[in-house]
Ligand binder design. Structure first.
Ligand SMILES: NC(=O)c1ccc[n+]([C@@H]2O[C@H](COP(=O)([O-])OP(=O)(O)OC[C@H]3O[C@@H](n4cnc5c(N)ncnc54)[C@H](OP(=O)(O)O)[C@@H]3O)[C@@H](O)[C@H]2O)c1
Length: 264
């Protein structure tokens, strides 16, 4: 496969996470970045990552893939303008709520895809979910996979599933940080400094996740630390009485309700 030339429209945090990973991968051609108005940021990114910068309208025809890394609200205008420029390029958006159906409505001749990364893309540990439109070819898929691999791990789902599961991969990291912060606060009540509390909680979480990543079941790992009737069991009983599982489910449903309202 020819190394794809990749154009970014939007050069914010998510674009930077993706092209910094892509530049390390070495399997791509030219990377060109563009934004709306912040020329100082473009110059800084050019110096840091050795990418090209341009007005996207001037260079889109020289690129195989266009990544839309602009806010969801900027999509209608950008897609409208883009429709006058694109031919066979793969068009990818990373925007919340903008699925292949909406992209295909705006660009009926183009192969399109939707990637939902999460903030861990910054450290190349994103759990990205993605869906492809009807015109995506095998070559397009290979380019898409390069991009997904540059920021971490990925799973292909249906468009409908992505609308629902962005709550689990995209929003739930906030639930995890809430959990970490709460335990750090508790640790500090026993006289620890902030640094000590952070170290204890972060390594505890990191180790627990490492065991899960090793392929072990969450329920088996939980049982392994929990002697029936013992001290850990007493702690788990408190979580059960407070309906911990139902609360998490409720939190996911609340994210989805709000996202649906915002999409209207
Ligand atoms: N950050 C995340 O963790 C994350 C996770 C999942 C998905 N996303 C999605 O990624 C997209 C970008 O998010 P971000 O966090 O990178 O945002 P950001 O840091 O605010 O960057 C937005 C970029 O879009 C550019 N832009 C805005 N309107 C434009 C237009 N009409 N034409 C050209 N460029 C335009 C801005 O340029 P100027 O600065 O010149 O205005 C800026 O470079 C969003 O759709 C978001 O939903 C982000």
């Amino acid at each position: 496969m020819k190394k794809p030339n990749i154009l970014f429209i939007g050069a914010g945090r998510m674009a930077e996470a993706i092209f910094s990973g892509l530049k390390q991968s070495g399997h791509i051609g030219t990377v060109t970045i563009s934004n709306r108005s912040d020329s100082r940021r473009l110059a800084h990114l050019k110096d840091t990552y050795h990418v090209e910068t341009a007005k996207w309208q001037d260079v889109v025809s020289n690129h195989d893939v266009v990544i839309l890394a602009v806010p969801p609200a900027s999509h209608p205008a950008v897609l409208k303008e883009l429709s006058g420029f694109v031919t066979s390029q793969l068009i990818i958006t990373v925007a919340a709520g903008i699925g292949p159906t909406q992209l295909e409505e705006a660009l009926p001749q183009s192969p399109v895809a939707w990637i939902m990364p999460n903030t861990a893309a910054d450290v190349k540990e994103s759990m990205s979910i993605f869906a492809c439109g009807k015109r995506v070819t095998e070559d397009d898929r290979a380019s898409l996979q390069l991009i997904l691999d540059a920021i971490g791990h990925s799973e292909e789902l249906s468009e409908e599933q992505i609308h629902k599961l962005t709550a689990v991969t995209g929003s739930a990291p906030a639930f995890v940080y809430q959990f970490a912060e709460a335990l750090q606060q508790t640790a500090k009540t026993y006289g620890l400094t902030s640094e000590q509390a952070t170290k204890l909680v972060v390594q505890m979480m990191y180790g627990s996740v490492a065991m899960l990543k090793d392929g072990r079941e969450a329920s088996a790992l939980r049982d392994q630390v929990t002697t029936p009737g013992g001290a850990t069991a007493a702690g788990l009983d408190v979580l059960k009485e407070a309906h911990f599982d139902e609360l998490l489910n409720e939190a996911v449903l609340a994210v989805n309700r709000k996202a649906k309202e915002q999409a209207k």
